[in-house]
Ligand binder design. Structure first.
Ligand code: ZN
Length: 243
């Protein structure tokens, strides 16, 4: 089975469409690790697409914020403005869908896990090797896909080792039995790893390999839509910087 792994689409329709064109023929099933909405100008089109196309979807913190405004007190001003905009612009049927999304972790085909932030907390950021070490201290072995940081790559601990190492997203990753792997496909709609291109991953469970991928998209159109929607200008600027 080949899984297309998408995370943090953030209502960026142009990035999502570019990823789907780029990934054509590479996958059998689509998984979504949360944050369908928030920041971007196309929440309705993105949620409609995810509902139709994805076989397993878990909730992200921005999906929660778009339907439960009380969560917003934990958000910075820009994220809060965007979440309020999303709340007012999202169709009721899509709000219902987001309200009922599964809270991770979710088990996929008895093979691996998907989470938004971490196993324990959808709002936790796994950024450093230390974060990953804490996270993996509760995990014997196996494969976990996570999002939330918008940084493509991840971490692993080899069998019979205590040492957690960083994974480079520039290489094809061979997942080894007995190791513990935390894999981040990166963000489709708002990358923050100094690369503006949409990020995603393909996991082939037969070969046990993860391929990290990037693709260019029509950034100018997304930026124009952000401006026209009256969303904070910073959300447009950061897309070109990949931050
Ligand atoms: Zn996110």
């Amino acid at each position: 089975m080949r899984y297309l792994i998408l995370s943090d689409i953030h209502a960026n329709l142009e990035a999502l469409e570019a990823v789907m064109a780029d990934a054509e023929g590479l996958f059998d099933s689509i998984l979504c690790l949360g944050d369908l909405v928030g920041y971007g100008p196309d929440p309705n089109a993105v949620v409609a697409w995810v509902r139709e196309a994805c076989s397993v979807v878990i909730r992200g913190n921005h999906d929660k914020a778009a339907v439960w405004p009380e969560v917003l007190r934990y958000f910075n001003p820009v994220a809060r403005t965007a979440a309020e905009w999303t709340h007012s612009n999202l169709e009721e049927t899509h709000k219902d869908y987001l309200r009922n999304l599964t809270i991770g972790p979710a088990v996929v085909d008895d093979k691996f896990l998907i989470v938004h932030g971490s196993l324990a907390d959808e709002d936790a950021y796994v950024i450093t090797v230390e974060d990953a070490g804490n996270h993996l201290s509760h995990v014997g072995h196996g494969l976990i896909f996570f999002g939330h940081t918008h940084v493509q790559g991840g971490f692993f601990r080899a069998q019979d080792s205590q040492l957690v190492k960083e994974i480079s997203a520039s290489e094809l990753l061979q997942v080894s039995d007995g190791g513990a792997f935390l894999i981040n496909p990166g963000s489709v709609g708002q990358p923050r790893d100094e690369n503006w291109k949409a990020a995603y991953a393909v996991y082939d469970s037969q070969l046990n390999q993860v391929e990290y991928r990037r693709c260019a998209y029509d950034l100018a159109t997304t930026q124009r839509k952000i401006t026209e929607a009256g969303l904070p200008l910073m959300l447009s600027e950061r897309l070109s910087l990949g931050r």
